[in-house]
Design a protein around this ligand. Structure first.
Ligand code: PHE
Length: 454
């Protein structure tokens, strides 16, 4: 009977460890680095509202679907999809969904590691007092000088990849439990400190108004696509990360409750980051649409001025690195688990190979900020293209097919059983309706709208 499968990679000790691990995967650069800068580029309030709607109506139902598929299949996403398709009497081509997730995870990690490298570099800068008393202009120069230097970026990118693959090689459980248990709450507290600072900048209300007053004339169809893509990205959905974490989840844990907790924690962290950053942007006359460097050009201003700023700055960037680390691990885990299952490789060997390939791909992102910065396609650099392709196309498409599989292919009796919800109950019906109709429709409409067909 399918519900008695066991994962060869082990299991979380209890449901809280799943919540911590999934939160560790969800909370990362997406919340603290990406959410503020894409909100700034897309005009603020209206973008935030669309993003929040996507989290609620698409993100949470898809997260439940992904966890349930993972826990039922108990293998890497590729083999889980294969097995569940066979169980439901469908084509084994559904395993392609797992493959596309592996490719997406690999592509995302390749640039994610470069950005996490920036955070590592800033740990070094903060601890050596480099931000002390620095005016906004100089903070900006510091950032520009860093990204202009490929050697430095390669160094930090290599260090971050090494850290990631070491944990993956040890096995996700042993590598992760301790880190997420203490560091996630610490990051949360430090964000509160930063919001506290922002309240005193004099531009707090302006920052809040930018984030929470929707002005729909400011959002484009592409902006809507970016908001939806980010809902997938920030919750780690559409590529199998949450599916594989679900495969290590104990049978008794409630999928609905845990998914809602993870999504809420993730959203709160992103909103806090926005509330910490935009007041600094406005108080210093900076550009909200400054792009991927936004947090690196704003937060150091605050650390340079506040008492104990070198200490807080160091701790903040250390925690950001940890948040990125616990996300990076989940990006590559599906690929490593598959190599262990199907090739019989040791975790060490699989991690080494995946790490090397990702590292190499990451060089493209490194160079897109300096040597290759003038090579663009549709106005986008290599990094921009990778980010766009993965977040805005691959993850939503992955989510679309996960929805179709969970609510059109699998029998309601199977999904209700795995969710441990009564098939006739309101909770199950609501989930089923969202996944069966709303998600596929919403993703399709946003896609068509973005390419100008609606
Ligand atoms: N959710 C992570 C973040 O917000 C990124 C991520 C995406 C991780 C997809 C795993 C899978 O930083």
């Amino acid at each position: 009977m399918s519900t008695q499968r066991e994962s060869i990679h082990g299991q979380w000790s209890n449901r809280w460890v799943f919540v911590l691990a999934a939160t560790g995967s969800a909370v990362g650069l997406g919340n603290i680095w990406k959410f503020p800068y894409i909100t700034g580029e897309n005009g603020g309030g209206a973008f935030v509202l669309v993003y929040l709607m996507c989290i609620a109506a698409i993100g949470i139902p898809i997260m439940m679907a992904e966890v349930l598929l993972g826990r039922r299949g108990r293998q890497s996403p590729i083999n889980t999809m294969h097995e569940l398709a066979v169980e439901e009497g469908r084509s084994i081509r559904w395993s392609l969904l797992g493959w596309s997730g592996v490719v997406a995870g690999f592509l995302i990690l390749s640039y994610y590691s470069v950005i996490a490298g920036w955070a590592l570099a800033y740990v070094y800068d903060a601890s050596s007092g480099a931000f002390r008393g620095l005016p906004a202009e100089e903070v900006k120069n510091l950032f520009s000088a860093m990204v202009a230097n490929p050697g430095a970026l390669i160094f930090w990118h290599s260090l971050f990849m090494l850290m990631t693959m070491l944990v993956v090689a040890r096995g996700v459980r042993r590598g992760l439990e301790a880190a997420v248990r203490f560091l996630m709450p610490a990051l949360f507290v430090l964000l509160l400190v930063m919001v506290g600072y922002a309240i005193n900048t004099g531009a707090f209300s302006q920052g809040l108004a930018f984030l929470f007053t929707p002005d729909f004339s400011k959002i484009t169809p592409e902006g809507v696509l970016i908001a939806m893509g980010h809902a997938f990205f920030t919750l780690s959905l559409g590529m199998g990360a949450i599916m594989i974490y679900g495969s290590y989840m104990p049978k008794q844990a409630s999928i609905a409750k845990t998914s809602i907790i993870v999504a809420m924690a993730d959203t709160v962290v992103a909103l806090l980051a926005g509330m910490a950053i935009f007041p600094i942007v406005f108080a210093n006359g900076l550009e909200p649409g400054a792009g991927p460097g936004l947090i690196f050009q704003t937060l150091p201003i605050a650390f340079g001025q506040m008492p104990g700023g070198s200490f807080f700055g160091t701790v903040f960037f250390v925690l950001l690195v940890f948040a990125a680390w616990s996300s990076a691990i989940s990006l590559i885990e599906p690929a490593v688990a598959w190599l262990v299952e199907n090739r019989g490789w040791s975790r060490n060997k699989a991690s080494l190979l995946c790490g090397l390939a990702t590292w190499l791909m990451g060089l493209g992102t490194v160079f897109s900020f300096n040597l290759w910065s003038s090579y663009t396609l549709w106005g986008k650099t290599f990094f921009d293209l990778l980010d766009f392709l993965t977040s805005n196309i691959m993850l939503p498409l992955g989510g679309l097919f996960i929805a179709i599989f969970a609510a059109w292919v699998m029998k309601p009796s199977s999904t209700a059983d795995e969710l441990a919800l009564a098939q006739e109950g309101i909770a199950y019906k609501a989930w089923w309706f969202l996944v069966r109709f709303i998600t596929p429709l919403a993703v399709t409409i946003v896609f068509l709208n973005a390419i100008g067909l609606l």
